[in-house]
Design a protein around this ligand. Sequence first.
Ligand SMILES: [Zn+2]
Length: 318
Amino acid sequence: MRFNPKARLDTSRTSGGGGGGGFGGGGARIPIPGGKASGGIGTVIVLLVFFLITQCTGVGPQVLGDGGGGSSSVGTGTFGGLQAGEGGDTGDFGSCQTGEDANNDENCAFVAMENSMTGYWDSQRDLSGRFQPEQAVVIFSNQVQTGGCGSASSSVGPFYCPADQTIYLDPTFFDSIFEQLGGQDTTFVRAYVLAHEYGHHIQNLLGTMGQVRTQQGPDSDAVRLELQADCYAGMWTAAAEGDGIIVDISDQDITEGISAAKTVGDDHIQSQTTGRVDTSQFTHGSSEQRIAWFKKGMTTPDSIAGCDTFKARDLDNP
Ligand SMILES: [Zn+2]
């Protein structure tokens, strides 16, 4: 995946935030993740506990696939960037000016992806007019305070908070939890994850999120919501190349994205963490379903209706 070196990036909707003083003072940059986070498989099990809490309360943020949803308010993370009042300049991402910066810097790559996704969804007829995000993505480290979903730590994985319509993401997710589950950290895999969370934003705007009644099980509304977010990610993927910001998404990228979808399937996560698969606990869909709906989205980049998982009779065959 490569960005157009000449593309001008808009950093206004991406900000840094997080605990541990990472962004508190003067727009410190996130260090590029290095080394494995400690925790191992135990961390994943902690995630499942988080997940159960979320399901009980029913107010958790929407998480990519690890089931985390730390909506319990613990700690006191602080917003940085725009939220901290840096005079309207994001500061943290101020050096992300062009697509070339995105090719060379993983934080700038998030800005470029957000620009591409915002541009894509803004151009969709179903959404035009109501899609004017002021803040879309907060890149945080360690811990973050959301605007309505409580505080969350990195261990919950990337998530979307419906209350403040913002995606929260700690990049260390990719070299800790995600790799422990057998995933591969590439630029496009990060884009897939972001596009999935973006899909939840679209669902929020369209009112789909409010229609979820059943929270668990292979045919539950929760699973349908998650598979739809994968489908929306596929829609963006099919349209992104050549949009002025992204010049190339290769077949290899797509293969890796599909592999990522497999990694975060409920059955895969369950077998990695507990050694068995229990479909009654499904919240995101199986690996095969996630792949199938991502691919389905790629065939229907111009029509949201192609991703209607709620009408689908057989989630295995979109
Ligand atoms: Zn999700």
